[in-house]
Structures are given as C-alpha cells and as structure tokens.
Design a protein around this ligand. Structure first.
Ligand code: HEM
Length: 541
C-alpha cells in the first residue's frame, strides 16, 4: 500500500512540476506570451537561426516588451537587457553575482573546464582570469606594439599587391598578430600551418557551440547518456578536442623549446609559463589559456576590420574626412604610428562608430547569476541566462538618431565624448573582455594605416558598369559576427603612398625575424623570396 501511495505522490509531483515548465512566474519581468511546457522556445531566435539574426529578433521584442524582459525556455529563464540604465542597475551593481555563464556541456567536455570564456564562475575561471588580467594590462600590452605595427605593414603590403584578396589578408593579419603576441611565432601566409589548424579547430568549435545546431543537452541533461552511435555530437566533441589540443600544445611546446634554448622573444606565453604555477595553473590550464586567447582575439579583430572596410566603401564622405585629418596631422612621408591616435579625434570616432554600427558581438556573451536578485519590482532567480542586447542599445533611435547611418560625428558631441555606452562592445561585469587592450591597439594601428594608405570604393557591376549595391545587413549569423565576404576596389592613394608602404614593410624585417625562428621551410622560403624581390624593386625605384 505504502509503495503505491509513494509512487502516486511521485507521479503527481512530476506532473505538477512538468505543468509549471514554460510558465512565466509572476515575479519575472514581462515578455512574450508562453505556451505550456515549452514556454517561449519558438520565440527564441536561435530556434530559427536561418530566419533572422538573434540580435535583431531580441531587439524587436525589446521595442515591444521593454528594456528588461523575460522569456521561458522549458524550465529555464532568460532575461534580455536592452538599455544602459538596465546594464548599470543590473550588471554593474551586481557584478559579483551576474558573472557566471550558462552551463555548456560541450565546452566542458572539449576543454575539461579550462575554457575561460565558457567556464562557470568558479575557482578555475578565477585562476585563468587572474593570470590573463595580470599579463594583459594596458602597460604590458604596449610591449607588443612593435610586432602589431609590423604585422600591419604586411597587411598594407598585401592589400597593395593583392587587393582582391583583402578579406583573407585581414584574417591572416589578425591571426598572425595574435599568434605573435601570444606565442612569439608569426604566420606570414594564410596557409601557414598554424593558421590552417586554427581555422579548422575553430570551424568545429563554432559549429558545436552554435545554439540550436545540436540537441539541447544543457536543457535536457539526460541526453548526455545517449550512446555515441545515436549522438553524432559526441564524435564532433572528440574531434574538436583533438584538433584544439594539437594546436594549443604544439604551440606551447615551441615556446618551451625556445625558452630552453635561451631565445625567448618576450611573448605572452613565456610569462604565463613562468608565472602560471604562481596563479595555481598546471600545464593543462596553461595550454588552454593561450588557445582561448587566440580564439578570443583572431576572428573578432578581423571581423572589426572587414566591417570598417565595408563602412569606408559605403560612406565615402566619412572616408574623405578621415583622410583629410590624417593628411593634416600625419602628412604623407610615413604611415601613422601607434601614439598618433591621440591626435586623431575623427579616426577615434570612426572606430567607435564601426563598433556601434555593426558590433562584432551584438549580444556579447551570455551571462548567468549565481544568486537571486531584485530589479525594480521583479525578482531575477538564480540561474537565469542574461543576454546583454548591445545591438539594441547601439541602435536605439532615442540615443543614436538614425542608427543605421554610419555617422562618426555622433561621438564628437560633448555629451557622447565620455559616454560609457561604448564600453559595452567589450562586455560587462567581471567577464569584460580581458584582451581589450591588445584588441584596441591592433584596431587603432590598422584603422589609421589603412585609411591613410588606400582609397576604398565600390566595385562595378560587370554587366551595367554601375557601382554595385551592397547589402549592409548581410552579416554572418552567430554570437560573433562579421560581414559576409564582399568585393570592393582598393587602390593606394598615390604612387608615393605605395612606395612608403613597400619601404615600411621591408624595414619591418628585423622585427619580424624575431618571430620567425620556428617557421617551417615553405614559410621561410616565402618570406625570404618576398623580401629579396621587394628589396630589388625598391632599389630600382
Ligand atoms: C574587436 C575585438 C574584440 C571584441 C569586440 C571583443 C569582445 C568581447 C566580448 C563582448 C566579450 C564577452 C564579455 C562578457 O561576457 O560580458 C569578450 C570576452 C572575451 N574576450 Fe574579447 N573581444 C575582442 C578581442 C579580444 C582579444 C584580442 C582577446 C585575446 C587577447 C580576447 C579574449 C577574450 C576572452 C578570453 C574572453 C572571455 C572572458 C571571460 O569569459 O572571462 N578578446 N570579448
């Protein structure tokens, strides 16, 4: 009798709990109507990734339900923040409790909990983060300006000689710059083995981490126990882990080998290898911290630069004004140097406007809270997934009139000069991007040099001979985004500019050589020939 009664109570309890799934609790902020059990599952943008980008759908809902709204996804709660006031009141004031990440079974399985960006708010994350913070301070990052600047001279040279490949040249640049800073080993070609290995590993990682691409193991944890033959994602997880580890630990071994030979070059990982144990990081974690930083730094920087080119092509008046400023402040004898940015307010505004117009991370990365907290009359329960709708904030017409227009002047208005909204591009609370100083340096150097060096204009339609029409919303879908591949015309602003580009690239040889100690024979041959040909060419000029 008792077992039957207990079983009855258990079934009743399970049914009772199930019926509460999907229902919005009265203490939550408002949001779209829910359906039983599934809640807002079908309102959630990632369920239809092929339809519309997540940030556009989240923004449409914000205009309807307000700057703090909630959704129920089965038994989890999602809150979306779409105003600076909400960011200040929720993220800044509660930073100690809103810096968790939603659970990611895939990230845990692939990296063993060593992925800083995907890690929960736990002791291992604190160790990884402390190490990254101390080694990536603003002043420490100045030590890497030389190689970032040298890499930018190769980017200019590549655009000069192969303008049609600019999309890949930018990708090579950003991957090589971050590899040099982190591992002291550069990548002179897009086919350099580490670049190919990174793209391959990243492709698998992004495919797995894309919400909606695989069964929702985090929402329905029992799925973890499905045997591999019916769960293709388990094989993908193994492949991704193998590819990442091969890249990260091969690179780590190369740094260790150089250090043993006494030919260190001051890269980030040398410091991490020395100081890592002091931060409580074992070799496993040291391997992953570097890998996670390549991942954080490579595609974000290239997406920004590709967006900048798209904007320059489509807003020629902005380009002309930026070039006027560069001509009057820098002149034509040499390209801009890192510290010149202080004297170039319009270029600074162009950079801010690029971040605002098409942010690389339009919803940053999702946060989660480790404790309940209240906001106005609402309670946000522990474990809520918090989306920062940076796109919605940057495209709020009340704050940024005509938000789709690329207008750097808005950042030169007195009230915007010290406005903190811009900081959102690098995230919030204790998760704010640890690579932002490295990123800012790269972006500033490149924006100054590229705008100084080239005229960017629209390609012609071969049939009509008219300017091509660009779809300024054709961006790759995902948590991190950038423009889909596009064509444009890139020409040096004068033959004198072209000559300066060649000279500056050749004179960066000494800086490059420090980062070329371990290149493979094909890359070594490539850089040798390139420099010999360039020297001959300049000699003839
Ligand atoms: C245009 C360049 C970049 C942009 C726009 C950008 C933006 C962001 C954003 C929005 C976040 C999420 C912050 C949050 O959760 O609130 C983030 C996290 C992160 N970024 Fe960046 N980032 C850039 C470059 C870099 C670079 C160069 C590195 C490495 C040197 C890097 C490494 C990371 C890491 C490791 C995290 C995860 C931090 C954590 O969860 O504790 N990022 N970044």
């Amino acid at each position: 009798m008792l077992p039957t009664l207990l079983a009855g109570v258990a079934v009743f309890w399970a049914v009772f709990r199930l019926l509460r799934w999907g229902r919005r609790e009265s203490f939550l902020p408002p949001g779209p109507p829910t359906v039983p059990i599934l809640g807002n599952l079908f309102d959630f943008p990632t369920v239809y990734p092929w339809l519309k980008s997540a940030h556009l759908m989240l923004t449409e809902m914000a205009r309807q339900y307000g700057d703090v709204y909630s959704m129920k996804i089965i038994n989890s709660t999602v809150v979306v923040l779409s105003s600076t006031t909400a960011i200040r009141e929720i993220m800044d004031k509660n930073s100690a409790i809103v810096s968790d990440r939603p659970a990611s079974h895939f990230a845990q399985e692939i990296t063993g909990g060593n992925h800083m960006g995907a890690s929960r708010y736990n002791d291992q994350w604190r160790r990884l983060r402390r190490c990254a913070r101390e080694v990536l301070t603003q002043s420490a990052c100045r030590n890497h300006l030389n190689i970032q600047q040298a890499e930018a001279t190769q980017l200019m040279y590549d655009m000069l000689t192969r303008p049609e490949d600019f999309f890949d040249s930018i990708r090579r640049f950003s991957t090589s710059a971050i590899l040099s800073v982190l591992y002291g080993k550069r990548a002179p070609r897009i086919t350099t083995p580490e670049v190919t290995a990174f793209f391959d590993a990243e492709h698998h990682w992004e495919e797995l981490m894309q919400p909606g691409a695989h069964p929702p193991v985090d929402l329905i944890p029992i799925m973890k126990y499905i045997p591999e033959r019916w769960a293709s994602w388990k094989t993908e997880v193994k492949i991704t882990r193998r590819l990442q580890r091969k890249l990260y630990f091969d690179l780590l071994e190369q740094v260790e080998a150089r250090m043993q030979k006494g030919s260190s070059n001051g890269c980030f990982m040398e410091t991490v290898i020395e100081k890592g144990p002091g931060f409580g990081l074992d070799r496993e974690a040291v391997g992953y911290i570097g890998g996670n930083l390549i991942e954080g730094g490579a595609d974000t920087t290239s997406a920004f630069l590709q967006t900048l080119v798209l904007a320059l092509v489509n807003f020629p008046d902005v380009q002309a004004r930026a070039q006027e400023e560069l001509d009057s402040v820098i002149g034509g004898e040499h390209s801009p140097q890192p510290d010149d940015i202080e004297r170039l307010p319009y270029i600074q505004a162009v950079i801010k406007e690029t971040h605002r117009w098409r942010p690389v991370a339009p919803t940053t990365l999702p946060h989660a809270n480790i404790e309940d907290f209240s906001y106005q009359d609402y309670i946000i329960p522990k474990g809520t997934i918090i989306f920062i709708n940076a796109w919605g904030i940057f495209h709020d017409p009340e704050v940024f009139p005509k938000p789709d227009e690329f207008n750097p002047d808005r950042w030169l208005q007195d009230d915007m000069k010290s406005d903190r909204t811009y900081d959102l591009v690098f995230g919030t609370a204790r998760r704010v991007c640890p690579g932002m100083h490295i990123a800012r340096n790269s972006i500033e150097i490149d924006a100054m040099k590229l705008i100084w060096a080239f005229k960017f204009s629209k390609s012609k339609d071969p049939a009509t001979k008219r300017d091509k029409v660009y779809d300024l919303n054709d961006f790759v879908k995902g948590i991190l985004t950038g423009p889909s591949r596009f064509e444009c015309e890139i020409a040096p602003r004068s033959s004198h500019h072209a000559e300066v580009i060649r000279r500056e690239f050749l004179s960066a040889t000494q800086i490059f050589e420090v980062f070329e100690q371990q290149l493979d024979s094909a890359d070594r041959e490539f850089v040798g020939k390139l420099r010999r040909d360039l020297a001959d060419e300049l000699h003839l000029l």
